[in-house]
Design a protein around this ligand. Structure first.
Ligand code: GRF
Length: 209
């Protein structure tokens, strides 16, 4: 059984897709050990509570400095003995010691087709604003392993989504979630839980069946 820790910051629709996936069998061999938010008000915490999942807030505001927050975050994750950390709309810049301790065991969902519209400053609605500003006709979402860079780790899966005339950042964000994110992230967790993929250099490959 893969034990996952899901890190969130906001609404938690990706968390909900994971909760539903575990409940309906789209994700197998997986247990959500804990949900951790850096934001006390995140609706994701309520989603976890409603599903009977352990949830806690580890906020930088409750610590004197970043180093103390980083230690608390690492301790919270370590204490739930997670095999995999899933960043599902998590806006915290992860401490390097966490990335090192969980090398190749952290995944993130990003709302664009990496390497487009990613890196520093590309988070949340900003990604979709930039997509619309640039006028690309196709965007999408990417699930990737997390390394020390911003959105630079090995890519697990991607899904394209059409950009339409008249889109606002909010409309486009919703379409990317519905058509891509809510499927990609549960599927990636299921692939990891069932040992279907592995990392080879900067590539993620599928095991031959
Ligand atoms: C999603 O668009 C995700 O790709 C990005 O942040 C957003 C989080 O949404 N990293 P939610 O909290 O899962 O609803």
């Amino acid at each position: 059984m893969l034990r996952i820790a899901v890190l969130v910051s906001g609404g938690g629709t990706n968390l909900q897709a994971i909760i539903d996936g575990v409940a309906n069998g789209k994700i197998t061999n997986t247990e959500i050990a804990v949900v951790i938010s850096n934001n006390k008000k995140a609706y994701a915490l309520e989603r976890a509570a409603k599903a009977g999942i352990a949830a806690q807030c580890v906020s930088p505001k409750d610590f004197p400095d970043r180093a103390a927050f980083n230690r608390a975050l690492l301790a919270a994750i370590d204490s739930c003995r997670a095999d995999l950390i899933v960043l599902a709309g998590c806006l915290v810049v992860l401490p390097p010691e966490l990335i090192a301790a969980y090398r190749n065991r952290i995944i993130n969902i990003h709302p664009s087709l990496i390497p487009s519209f990613c890196g520093t400053g590309y988070y949340g609605l900003h990604v979709h604003e930039k997509v619309l500003e640039r006028g690309v006709k196709v965007t999408g979402a990417t699930v990737h392993f997390v390394d020390e860079g911003t959105d630079t780790g090995p890519i697990i899966a991607q899904k394209p989504v059409e950009v339409r005339d008249g889109d606002t950042p909010e409309i486009l964000q919703r379409r990317v979630m519905e058509e891509a994110e809510w499927n990609l992230l549960p599927k990636a967790i299921d692939d990891i839980a069932n040992d279907r993929i592995f990392i080879d250099g900067n590539q993620v490959k599928r095991r031959e069946l």
